[in-house]
Design a protein around this ligand. Structure first.
Ligand code: ATP
Ligand code: MG
Length: 148
């Protein structure tokens, strides 16, 4: 597989917009498939991007998902305006969720999204300011095995 240029995509995300949930991560998934990236990277990138997209829709007011793909890595950056995360350490724990009841009734809010993103990415950075918003930088390496 060789990617000639840096491929990128950018999506607007709206808090509460469940109708369009999965569009941004779905676009990334089909782009990776088109580029011939390995099934393993496609699967992990899709899971991480989808969980991060859902978090903006569920927890924030609005945001963007921006991705870039080159021969080395898939980088997914999500930036949102929203309540921010008080304790990232706590938010990273399985089962921790502040999702309200109406979100739980839709099947979300198990507190598994961030741990899932961590598990499926090679590198995860979270920056958050309470009352302002959150930024996630998710990286997956395309070529793990060294050839020399
Ligand atoms: N973009 C965000 N803005 C504000 N808070 C967030 C954001 N993403 C995560 N959080 C906080 O971190 C908690 C844990 O997130 P996580 O994705 O693990 O679980 P969840 O979204 O509550 O449930 P699930 O992902 O299982 O549906 C959330 O409940 C919320 O308090
Ligand atoms: Mg979540």
């Amino acid at each position: 597989m060789h990617i000639a240029d840096c491929i990128e995509g950018c999506f607007q995300l709206m808090g509460g917009d469940f109708t369009n949930a999965g569009r941004a991560s779905g676009d990334l998934k089909s782009m990776l498939a088109k580029l011939g990236v390995s099934q393993d990277v496609i699967r992990r990138a899709s899971i991480a991007a989808f969980e991060a997209e859902m978090n903006v829709i569920i927890h924030a007011v609005a945001g963007t998902m921006h991705y870039t793909v080159n021969n080395e890595e898939v980088k997914i950056i999500l930036t949102d305006m929203g309540p921010g995360i008080e304790s990232i350490e706590r938010a990273m724990q399985e089962g921790y969720s502040t999702a309200p009841d109406w979100v739980r009734e839709m099947g979300w809010g198990a507190g598994m999204g961030l741990p899932n993103i961590k598990r499926n990415s090679d590198n995860l950075k979270i920056d958050s300011v309470v009352g302002e918003g959150t930024t996630l930088e998710i990286i997956l390496y395309i070529r793990k095995e060294k050839t020399c």
